[in-house]
Design a protein. Sequence first.
Length: 380
Amino acid sequence: MLVSRGTIDLYFNEYLAGLGLMLNLGQLVNTVQKNCHISDARHAGDFTLCIFLLKMREYFRWENDIPFALDLPREEVGAWMQEREGLWSDLEENPFESLPLERHKFDPFDADNINRELIPQGYVYSGGYGRFSKPHFFLGTLLKKEKRAGYTIYISSCEYARDLEAPPAMLQGQTIYIRQESVRRFLWEKIEEWRWNRKNEAMERALDCYSFDLDVNSALDRMTENETEAMILHELGEGLAGEKLGGKWHEMITAFSRSKVEIMIRAVRDILADCLSTLPALLAANNTGSLHFYFANFTGMRKHLFPEAIEAYRQWVVDKDTGALQIFVNEGQRRWLDTARTLLTLYKDRGQDAGTAIENLLEPETEAAFCPLPKTASNS
């Protein structure tokens, strides 16, 4: 019988709380996890069925602390999924709960005040919104805190509570959250995808930089550290893009929530952030492993809008000339900043009626490859 991470953590936290060493962390974990379940209950249908099943499998692995190298027990996963969908059905209409801390109860989205109490005790929390306005919550052990370019960066290790989708990195205001446990899981999922279908040559080159054939665990540790830095660079780029574009950008995203336009404008800002921060820094550091990994995952709407990026990467692989790639990145900064500002102008002029104009600007001949919403997965 599997013993879940939640059960182990709860016993440990109650023991510590009994010694008077901290607030009731067990109660806090339970509350954060309940909010995660409520968010999942409302948004599990945002995924395609295939992605939903993959995420559920990895969520089961996390809850039961099963090593990556071990296969999951199919029957137990199936029973767990039925139980989890039943739980979601019961919680879907529930409001999010305030977090019980030592001196006060806080709204679950008031991460700044929550962290003022948690950070000195070695923990970190975040509550914010992601794609399709899905709330994301997590609570973990604080590994490191640093300041960079006016932003506070929290890097966590072990996670005590999380939702179905665990973003490895998030920017909230002037704070960047990097979840190394989720970074590691994200990387492992990408490695597993490549092992199933080895057509991604960029991914093969990335893995070769870490010698996975010699020691998988050590290689994964090195890759996690390297990609943690790449994710910090991206979030710093998001912040820089936000400074250039202003608060109206978030209003625009909200206006087009759960649509193809949201996916497109998010991709525009992602590309801009990488041209402003991620790629220049990786090129300056000659970080070959992260560069290969970046282009191995340059997929979906970003690739659809900016296929020239893949051509530039392929040319770099052949020529070994980072200077040419740097010129391409510099041109990308201008192009995507101009594009983003044009999108804002359209939105300011037309409001929600700007959707069609935005699509036509970014993709004159709309293709059916990107429907407004994915087919929903059942969460009944």
